[in-house]
Design a protein around this ligand. Structure first.
Ligand SMILES: Cc1ncc(COP(=O)(O)O)c(C=O)c1O
Length: 369
């Protein structure tokens, strides 16, 4: 298990970060950050407009460029990741697609892994391909393949850790070592880890992406995404947000701000429950296979133990049953948004089909959502 540096604890940052910086008179001294449900902001003088445009005054202008509720939420998430800054988005997909569009040149090349959320893969296959961007897909633990896959025109490596759906855990320091030597930007989707269980930025990644819809929000009542890193690395992403407009609504930003306050305690319970459920399933005679990084049987167990301080609440498993039997089981009635404990076997989804990105029989099942 990795050691955390001595600093304010996760719970302290989860509750206070972002909030105090916003305690100004114009917030009427409210203890919590209000929802600024406004599309635009008023300037009180022409001098202020000029100062703002000349970069001498830092404030909000128009809702596509910023909002005080998002800013507080961004600061809280950045503090949790131990990062300089964060940018919020309307969804995890908005965060990933905007980041790829901002960072990849037309006709460029990126590398990713075969265990990866299917919509992100679809974006690469269908939409980045239209811009002439080529994607090479490798097996998550194969860093030799990674070195071979990097070309002179490769600018970006992207993967999830743990990845959806087989919870493959990436050896981030090793991936960073290989990519940095070739000037390739490393982006890790940490949705399934959260900053409580793993901080990929601390292991050298350039940017971290989150679907905040999951653990960060924590209550199944909002869609949101985020990109976290240094101001410099986030610069092109922020610029693209202003043009593409994938922005979060202030109310959703508030729900996320509130949800994150309990992230640390929720993750503690997720980690505990996930391990128990995974062990139970692994011992069950009707379960063919379980994927959970906290199990010694997981292909990345050693990497996970080295890099992560907990393994989360998502457990992937395959029933020893055909489709009809699986459909009759209670797992098949669990909605895809049911993230707090277990999820139905991916092979139980009607229409599940092998994906051309699959490198192993296991990876050929269609993941959730
Ligand atoms: C790992 C991962 N990243 C990104 C996404 C997309 O996030 P969102 O649903 O918030 O757009 C998902 C969705 O399931 C996911 O599992």
């Amino acid at each position: 298990m990795s050691k955390r540096p001595p600093e304010a604890g996760n719970s302290t940052r989860a509750v206070h970060a972002g909030e105090r910086e916003r305690r100004e008179r114009d917030l009427l001294d409210a203890l919590t950050t209000p929802i600024f449900q406004t599309a635009t902001f008023r300037f009180s003088s022409g001098a202020d407009v000029r100062a703002y445009q000349e970069g001498r005054l830092s404030r909000e202008e128009y809702g596509r460029y910023g909002n005080p509720t998002w800013r507080a939420t961004e600061q809280k998430l950045a503090a949790l990741e131990g990062a300089e800054a964060a940018a919020l988005f309307a969804s995890g997909m908005a965060a990933a697609t905007t980041t790829f569009l901002a960072l990849l040149p037309a006709g460029g090349h990126m590398v990713t892994t075969n265990d990866c959320y299917r919509r992100t893969r679809q974006f690469c296959d269908e939409y980045l391909a239209k811009l002439g961007v080529e994607t090479t897909v490798i097996e998550p633990s194969d860093t030799k393949k990674l070195a071979d896959a990097l070309r002179d025109d490769t600018t970006l490596f992207f993967t999830e850790s743990p990845a959806n759906p087989y919870l493959r855990v990436i050896d981030v320091p090793e991936v960073v070592r290989v990519c940095r030597a070739r000037g390739v930007t490393v982006i890790i989707d940490s949705t399934f880890a959260t900053p409580v269980n793993h901080r990929a930025l601390g292991d050298g990644a350039d940017l971290v992406i989150h679907s905040a819809t999951k653990y960060l929000g924590g209550h199944n009542d909002l869609l949101a995404g985020a990109v976290v890193g240094s101001e410099e690395a986030l610069g092109p992403v922020r610029k693209a947000v202003g043009v593409l407009g994938p922005v979060i609504d202030p109310h959703a930003a508030y729900l996320l701000l509130r949800g994150m306050k309990t992230l640390d305690v929720r993750m503690e319970r997720h980690n505990e429950n996930g391990q128990k459920v995974a062990e139970f399933l692994e011992a069950h005679p009707r379960v063919r296979r379980v994927w959970y990084p906290g199990l010694a049987s997981h292909p990345d167990h050693d990497v996970a133990r080295r890099l992560m301080s907990g393994f989360g609440g998502v457990v992937t498993f395959e029933l020893d049953a055909d489709f009809e039997t699986t459909e009759r089981s209670r797992w098949s009635r669990c909605p895809s948004a049911c993230r707090s404990g277990t999820r139905p076997p991916s092979s139980a989804r009607p229409g599940a089909s092998p994906t051309p990105w699959s490198a192993s029989p296991a990876a050929s099942k269609t993941p959730m959502t």
